[in-house]
Every structure is written in structure tokens, then in C-alpha cells.
Ligand binder design. Structure first.
Ligand SMILES: *Cc1c(COP(=O)(O)O)cnc(C)c1O
Length: 372
């Protein structure tokens, strides 16, 4: 489109392309005239949310005429207890992406730089460009010193200059499923200048069972420039409600809450998230299923002769050995939605969310047929 307003927009906005979401199930079913399609494209919880979260959400419907609690009192109390932090260290967001955007708006602008790794979560470049700041991309591992495609703590640190205000780290990363170990991340935090705010995005933390994976929220007292973001969209199964949060020093949370829109988290989301947090058994069942099925998927895809990036999250990223887009399209015609990740610099990879056993088996069988 020849957009006459493009030249009037802030320079970063002019470079932005809209985010490409996973194809919605209903859209594919409409297009194919079918029902029962399978979506393994957006890393959602195949079990859905806790039944207790659904009850809480329903109970809130009688109060929809009222504004939500702008301060999210109940949810913040529950989160503070869970993490052993003060409620003043918490910032609630309309999904954790909202928090990422808030952070970018506070610290970035023209002539300011934010660093992230090659193949990192695409919301980082979006929020950086939306703030008209400069993105500096640290090369990922090539397979020599660490897992190929994974974040490289050394290149991340080397990319930091005096102009750097933010460093985004997805741990584990989407779409690769790779992670920085405890010793790598801790050493990085120690070496980053205190003038750089380090955002460790832990959207998939609940799924990780690797013993050398760090829960960075334990280091908040030690690093006042550290922000840890979490979400209810993934293991808690509440992606549709949009609720996430940041943990940080009180000083940073004070800034975040100045910029945050007062009613950014709606009342249904607040209630459902609070209830979801209390249902540890549902999260445990979710994680168990995922761990088992991720192993199955990885083995089955490897048996097809494909190379899978080792993942600790609820998805796998697989090299299909040819341009992935036509493979994605062929899977769509079979009613299977996956995620091509060319815009992440991975044109031969598909990201496949780990679903229910029968969904995963179908995916593997159809993929084998499509690739034959
Ligand atoms: C899915 C995801 C999020 C979560 O976004 P929400 O806005 O909380 O739904 C954040 N970071 C990464 C790396 C993700 O993959």
C-alpha cells in the first residue's frame, strides 16, 4: 500500500511490519470448509486453563459494568507470595508483551540502542522500532561453543555499548527453544553495566526441567537493573485473556507503573490468573504431558531424518531440509497449523507446538507424508 502518512510517522514505525500471528483455527476451518483442524502454532496449552480459573472468570461476569482493580490487588498479593517479593516489585501487563512495550517506551527513543540475539522473539524488534530506537543483534551460536541457533552470552555482552539501554534475553527463547544456563546468565548479569536494563523473558519457565536452567527471579535483589517477565499465556493456558507481569526492583517497577495504562488488565483476566496460580496440580499435569510429548515429537521427527533444535519449552523447531513455507502450506491443506519462522532468520524451519498425544502423532504422520 502506498501510505501517504508513512513519511509523517516516527522513523522506527515506518520500518515496522505488522506481527504475523499463528493462523487462527476458525480461519483455516472456514477456508477449507472443514471442522476439527489442529493448531500447533502458538505454543498454547493443549489442556487449556485450570477449571478453577474458568470458574473464577465466570464469577467475574456479574461485575463487568465496573472498571477492573487498576492495581490488581489480589493477583499481586498472590504473585508476591509465590515469588517472595514485595507487591511494589510487580508490574501487571495485558500479556507480557504489554510489559515489554512499556519497558521499551521508558528507556528507548531515537539514538538509543537495545540489544537482542539473532533468532530471538520477534516482539523485541517490534517494541524497539516502535520506540524509534536502534536494534543491535548479537549473533547466535553457530554450534561451535554452544547449541546452534541458541543465544550466545559472549556476543550479547560484546554488543553492549555506552548507547545501550536495554538488553532483551528470551530464556528459553522462542522460536528456538534454547536457553542460557545458570552460569552463562549469571556471568552476563555480572558483566553488563548497571546502566543497561536487562529483561529476561521467562514466558516458558514452567516447562523447563533442565537442572542448569536459571530462574532469574531469584537474582532480583542482587541486580537492580534486572527485569524478569512472566506470562499466563503459556503453561497457565490463559492466552486469550492477556495477562502477564514483570518482576523487578522497586525503582524500575515505579517507572513501569507510571507508563502503564491504569486498567491494562481486565477484571476477568485478573480473577482467572489469580485462580490459575493457586492450581499447582494443573500446571504440573501440563508440564508432565509436555515433557513426555516433547521427547516423543523430537524422537519421531529425528527418525524422519530431520534436525530438531533441542528444546526445553512447549514447542520444537525443526529443520525440514527445504524451504519451510510450502511444507507449512501442505500441512494446512491437511488441517494442521504450524508456524513458519522465516522472519526469525530460519527459512527452513517450522516451529511446532507440543499438543495432545493424538495431535502430535497426526502431525508427525502427515509431515512424513508431505515430505515424502
Ligand atoms: C508467547 C511469548 C510471550 C508471551 O506473550 P504474552 O503477551 O504474555 O501472551 C512472551 N515472550 C515470549 C518469548 C513468548 O514466546
Amino acid at each position: 500500500m502506498n501510505n501517504p502518512y508513512l513519511s509523517l510517522a516516527m522513523p522506527g514505525v515506518a520500518q515496522l511490519q505488522p506481527y504475523q500471528p499463528g493462523k487462527p483455527l476458525a480461519e483455516l476451518e472456514r477456508e477449507l470448509g472443514i471442522t476439527g483442524a489442529t493448531k500447533l502454532a502458538s505454543n498454547e496449552n493443549p489442556l487449556g486453563p485450570s477449571p478453577q480459573a474458568l470458574v473464577a472468570a465466570q464469577q467475574t461476569l456479574t461485575t463487568l459494568g465496573l472498571y477492573p482493580d487498576a492495581n490488581g490487588y489480589q493477583l499481586k498479593q498472590a504473585l508476591a507470595a509465590k515469588h517472595g517479593v514485595d507487591t511494589t516489585q510487580l508490574t501487571l501487563g495485558n500479556g507480557s508483551n504489554d510489559v515489554l512495550d512499556i519497558i521499551a517506551r521508558i528507556f528507548l527513543g531515537p539514538n538509543r540502542v537495545a540489544v537482542y540475539a539473532e533468532h530471538a522473539f520477534i516482539v523485541y524488534p517490534i517494541v524497539i522500532r516502535a520506540a524509534s530506537a536502534t536494534a543491535r543483534i548479537a549473533l547466535a551460536h553457530t554450534g561451535q561453543r554452544g547449541v546452534r541457533y541458541g543465544h550466545d552470552a559472549q556476543t550479547l555482552l560484546a554488543a553492549v555499548t555506552p548507547a545501550t539501554r536495554l538488553l532483551f534475553i528470551a530464556n528459553p527463547n522462542n522460536p528456538t527453544g534454547t536457553y542460557l544456563t545458570q552460569s552463562e546468565l549469571y556471568a552476563l548479569l555480572q558483566q553488563v553495566p548497571p546502566t543497561v536494563v536487562v529483561v529476561v523473558d521467562e514466558a516458558y519457565v514452567e516447562y523447563v526441567t533442565a537442572p542448569d536452567y536459571p530462574d532469574a527471579s531469584r537474582w532480583l535483589a542482587e541486580f537492580p537493573n534486572l527485569v524478569v517477565t512472566r506470562t499466563f499465556s503459556k503453561a497457565y493456558g490463559l492466552a486469550g485473556l492477556r495477562v502477564g507481569y514483570a518482576l523487578s526492583s522497586i525503582a524500575l517497577a515505579d517507572l513501569f507503573n507510571r507508563v502503564r495504562q491504569p486498567f491494562n488488565v481486565n477484571s476477568v483476566a485478573l480473577a482467572a490468573a489469580t485462580a490459575a496460580l493457586a492450581d499447582a496440580a494443573h500446571v504440573a499435569a501440563t508440564v508432565n504431558l509436555n515433557t513426555q510429548e516433547r521427547v516423543m515429537m523430537t524422537q519421531a521427527l529425528t527418525a524422519l531424518g530431520l534436525v530438531v533444535i533441542p528444546s526445553v519449552a512447549n514447542f520444537v523447531c525443526v529443520d525440514v531440509g527445504r524451504p519451510a513455507r510450502p511444507v507449512f502450506d501442505a500441512l494446512l491443506r491437511h488441517g494442521l497449523i504450524t508456524r513458519p519462522v522465516a522472519e526469525y532468520g530460519l527459512p527452513q524451519h517450522l516451529r511446532i507446538s507440543v499438543g495432545l498425544p493424538e495431535q502430535n502423532q497426526r502431525l508427525v504422520a502427515v509431515l512424513a507424508e508431505v515430505l515424502r
